[in-house]
Design a protein. Structure first.
Length: 114
């Protein structure tokens, strides 16, 4: 996906356009370690309805941040993984986790890789 500078008033707006959906950051966060099947993502993000999760996954795929692979199994399963472009958002997600942990004063996020 190519973003045009003229589309946005500042870089923060462009960032929010890409990862500002209701569950986009969580999806990307859970895919940092390894590719996941749709059902695994659904279990990891229980507040997301199936419709919302599917929409957010479609948006991230259209934006070039994740790759969707349909595995030829019975029944077919869908595997999601980060693209190189998606991986470029990892420092942003890690900074969000650190800042959120400070705000919550809890010392870290589930799944923090430290």
């Amino acid at each position: 996906m190519v973003l045009e500078r003229e589309q946005f008033s500042c870089p923060v707006e462009a960032t929010l356009f890409l990862i500002g959906g209701k569950y986009k950051c969580l999806i990307l966060w859970h895919l940092i370690e390894r590719p996941l099947h749709y059902m695994e993502l659904q279990r990891l993000i229980p507040r997301a309805t199936a419709k919302m999760l599917s929409q957010q996954l479609r948006d991230l795929e259209a934006q070039g941040m994740l790759r969707r692979e349909v595995l030829p199994e019975k029944p077919p399963r869908t595997l999601y993984s980060l693209t190189d472009f998606g991986r470029s958002a990892v420092p942003v997600l890690e900074a969000m986790c650190s800042w959120g942990a400070e705000v919550l004063d809890c010392g870290g996020c589930p799944g923090t890789r430290e």
